[in-house]
Design a protein around this ligand. Structure first.
Ligand code: NAP
Length: 314
């Protein structure tokens, strides 16, 4: 396996694999460090590997399973000459050219690097949580709300995301219980009012989920009052966890400019980072939209930015 590449792509969700398709078709033979199979983060294929049916990706009117969609992305990139390494980047050195990406003891060099390591939803850390993702348990209301038409569901969290998701989900669900561990929301006042005035939303204050119930499909949750310790059970068809996201940027700390929250900063209307020749795309730089299609779109932008930058500088 050659150690020097024109383009190294780190991460293989919709953003990274779209960047791979475009750079491969530009004859740049991209080398994709696709991540390592793990349960919640940095896995090859990204977050869609943790979902079941995807109904909002254009071109699939019948819907498509998340893992199948990502296999198709990958096959398309491989067909045009992308190569893959199933491993995680453990260190980067972008101070001088060529750019260096370490994978444990191995060092790969590149003229340009596209960072598409994505983000992960924070989870409650309960047993069965990962097993039931896509089977009644979700981290994306936009993606999965539609599946809960006329059903009773719950959302966990007290920030803007939880309230936004709870409000959005009332379009589909017959009732949304908002479960929050404290007695006041973190969310902005206007969002709070929206939720509190919505007759379909019931707030359970000072409440935490202690157990998720369901074998093949989520059937309910056990709750615990965080003040009194009283326990109760809530029967629901769906549980949305909205307690925040974390971008996968640990390896870039001190190297690439990032917000306090860890999201990479790119120049407006582009995928340029602070390091010439290094581009970022997808959820690793997007805390607003977080959709497969927007990630894919920004992967395309990164590929075009990288191709043009290489033309000018190499
Ligand atoms: P967030 O503001 O960090 O809120 C996370 C919420 O989840 C908090 O209420 C927190 O409770 C709760 N939480 C955290 N860990 C938990 C756990 N283990 N168990 C139970 N609850 C837990 O995250 P976010 O809501 O995703 O928002 C992230 C950023 O995006 C914020 O700056 C937000 O304003 C912004 N945002 C804006 C909009 C909008 O303006 N439309 C929409 C979405 C997000 P505590 O309050 O007790 O800590």
């Amino acid at each position: 396996m050659s150690q020097h590449h024109r383009v190294i792509i780190i991460g293989s969700g919709p953003a990274g694999l779209t960047a791979a398709i475009y750079t491969a078709r530009a004859n740049l033979a991209p080398f994709v460090i696709e991540g390592e199979p793990s349960s919640t983060s940095d896995q090859p294929g990204g977050q869609l590997m943790l979902t079941t049916e995807v109904e909002n990706f254009p071109g699939f009117p019948e819907g498509v399973m998340g893992p199948e969609l990502m296999m198709r992305f990958r096959d398309q990139a491989a067909k045009f000459g992308a190569t893959f390494l199933t491993a995680k980047a453990t260190k980067v050195e972008f101070g001088e050219k060529p750019l260096k990406v370490h994978v444990r003891d191995e060092v790969f060099t590149a003229d340009s690097v596209i960072v598409s390591t994505g983000a992960q939803s924070l989870m409650l850390g309960l047993q069965d949580e990962e097993r039931l993702i896509g089977h009644g348990l979700s981290t994306c209301a936009t993606c999965d709300g539609f599946f809960f038409r006329g059903k009773e569901i719950a959302v966990v969290g007290g920030g803007d995301s939880a309230i936004e998701e709870a409000s959005f989900l009332t379009k589909f669900a017959s009732k949304v219980t908002l479960i929050h561990r404290r007695d006041s929301f973190r969310a902005s006042k206007i969002m709070q009012e929206r939720a509190l005035n919505n007759p379909k939303i019931e707030v359970r204050w000072n409440t935490a989920v202690s157990e998720i119930i369901g074998d093949d499909q989520l059937q309910g949750v056990n709750l615990v009052d965080t003040v009194t310790g009283a326990q109760s059970t809530l029967e629901i068809a769906g549980l949305f966890i909205a307690i925040g996201h974390r971008p996968n940027t640990d390896v870039f700390k001190g190297v690439l400019d990032m917000e306090d929250s860890g999201y990479l900063i790119t120049r407006p209307d582009s995928t340029y980072t602070n390091i010439p020749g290094v581009f970022a795309c997808g959820d690793v730089k997007d805390h607003t939209y977080r959709q497969a299609i927007t990630a894919a779109g920004s992967g395309c932008m990164a590929a075009i930015d990288a191709e043009r930058w290489l033309e000018q500088h190499h």
